[in-house]
Design a protein around this ligand. Structure first.
Ligand code: TRP
Ligand code: SF4
Length: 421
């Protein structure tokens, strides 16, 4: 298995990803989420970092944001739809939505022309709008058009050196500077909702596929490195460090928390959330960023319809949101299922929904009712359901979904949206 932001290879073992990357299992906190969405309930979102922070903000109605991005290099497909659904859901739960159209990334990584990228970028924007993103409380932007993102990326890049990039991304001497710089751009995408101009420090959740985790690890690190103060939870309170030295730590004594001052850090005792909030206020007064390390959620990869991974060079392996409805339906009819070699064997042994791309479509996109989904799974496993029937149902649902979405895209009015382009 190999999972990096630019390639995913082999069969992905999610438990191993959790262990190796240090991602937290999502099921451990799902009970605390008010009204978890279908992707959470079904374990499609399998991991997170610091999602507790988001739950806290959601529940206590404090300001928070959701941000993710799309590289406009090919037409959006069901994999992109999942991230869009996640952004939309978080917006509906009260988060401010930031949507990046990663045109700089598409240019640096895929070498597409700016004109082509812009054209495709607007298709992504229409899609997320048609899927239900509300114009209020949303900012959509092209990376190249955001002064905030580009300036912040430059600041962040001063904190990153070559050995670190090599260790995280496996870059080599042939890697272009633009491709390296894109890592800072993405970190800036993620952190800029916390800039003063966007309302200051706040929890931000980034819903992504697990392949994007290296970006998040780097960004979380940069968030504390570039801020004046950084935190570590200790028994009964918080240990605060400052890269700017003891002078800055001394300023925290007046906050009124019980404290112990050391040469390189200061320990403050009390409610950790409160302590961090107060220290951040001091940092803002001092002109620092006071970034909160971003939270993230990780969803499973979408399997190619023909088995294995989706590939843009194999159109039968994925359904584009702009496939003609009939064409999309046909792809489903040809999809790899978890069925047996004959109907007789399937009735006897049952099918294998865990290995079935049609069942995956039901789970990720087509069937919202958990009970209904459970029934399909049970009937499949017990041999009462046959693949032909199942595929016809899925292909009907896909056809209607595509038709409906494409009509909405056609008639969408973007004038109410804030789009920085
Ligand atoms: N790199 C992401 C991709 O390839 C797109 C992206 C750009 C992004 N900026 C982001 C994702 C910020 C999450 C957050 O799909
Ligand atoms: Fe998949 Fe349906 Fe066949 Fe079961 S019966 S393997 S869910 S297509």
């Amino acid at each position: 298995m190999r999972v990096t932001p630019w390639e995913v290879e082999g069969i992905v073992d999610y438990d191993r990803l959790i262990k190796e990357f240090g991602i937290q299992p999502f099921f451990e906190i799902i009970d605390k989420v008010p009204n978890p969405n279908w992707l959470m309930r079904r374990g499609v979102i399998f991991g997170h970092r610091d999602y507790d922070r988001i739950i806290d903000a959601m529940v206590n109605k404090k300001p928070w944001a959701v941000m993710s991005g799309f590289m406009p290099s090919g037409m959006p497909h069901f994999g992109h739809k999942m991230t869009m659904d996640e952004i939309i859901w978080h917006q509906s739960m009260g988060g401010k939505a930031f949507v990046a159209i990663a045109d700089m990334e598409a240019h640096a990584v895929r070498g597409l022309s700016w004109q082509k990228i812009e054209e495709i970028g607007f298709i992504y924007i229409k899609c997320i709008a048609a899927l239900g993103l509300k114009p209020d409380n949303a900012i959509i932007y092209f990376q190249s058009a955001s002064r905030h993102v580009k300036d912040l990326a430059f600041e962040l890049s001063a904190e990153v050196n070559w050995s670190e990039l090599k260790a995280i991304y496996g870059f080599n001497p042939e890697t272009t500077l633009a491709r390296m710089f894109i890592t800072s751009i993405q970190a800036a995408d993620i952190l800029h909702p916390q800039l003063k101009d966007f309302g200051g420090p706040k929890p931000v959740v980034v819903p992504v596929g697990a392949d994007q985790d290296p970006h998040l690890r780097l960004t979380r690190d940069l968030a504390s490195r570039i801020s004046i103060f950084s935190f570590e939870r200790i028994e009964g309170g918080v240990r605060v460090r400052s890269r700017r030295g003891a002078e800055y730590l001394k300023k925290l004594r007046r906050l009124g928390f019980k404290c112990r001052v050391y040469e390189k850090h200061i320990d403050l005792f009390g409610n950790p959330t409160e302590i961090e909030e107060e220290v951040r206020k001091v940092e803002l007064e001092l002109g620092g960023f006071a970034f909160i390390p971003p939270s993230s959620t990780y969803h499973r990869f979408t399997t190619g319809l023909t088995g294995g991974k989706m590939s843009s060079s194999k159109p039968e392996s994925y359904i584009s949101l702009f496939d003609e409805p009939k064409v999309g339906a046909k792809k489903v009819m040809k999809a790899l299922t978890g069925g047996r070699v004959s109907a007789e064997e399937q009735r006897r042994l049952g099918g294998e929904p865990e290995k079935c791309t049609v069942f995956e479509l039901f789970t990720y996109h087509l069937i919202m009712d958990d009970k209904e989904l459970e029934e399909i799974k049970r009937d499949c496993k017990e041999g009462r359901l046959l693949c032909g029937h199942c595929k016809r149902r899925a292909s009907e649902l896909v056809k209607n979904f595509l038709k409906d979405l494409q009509e909405k895209v056609e008639s969408i009015d973007l004038s109410e949206y804030t789009i920085i382009s």
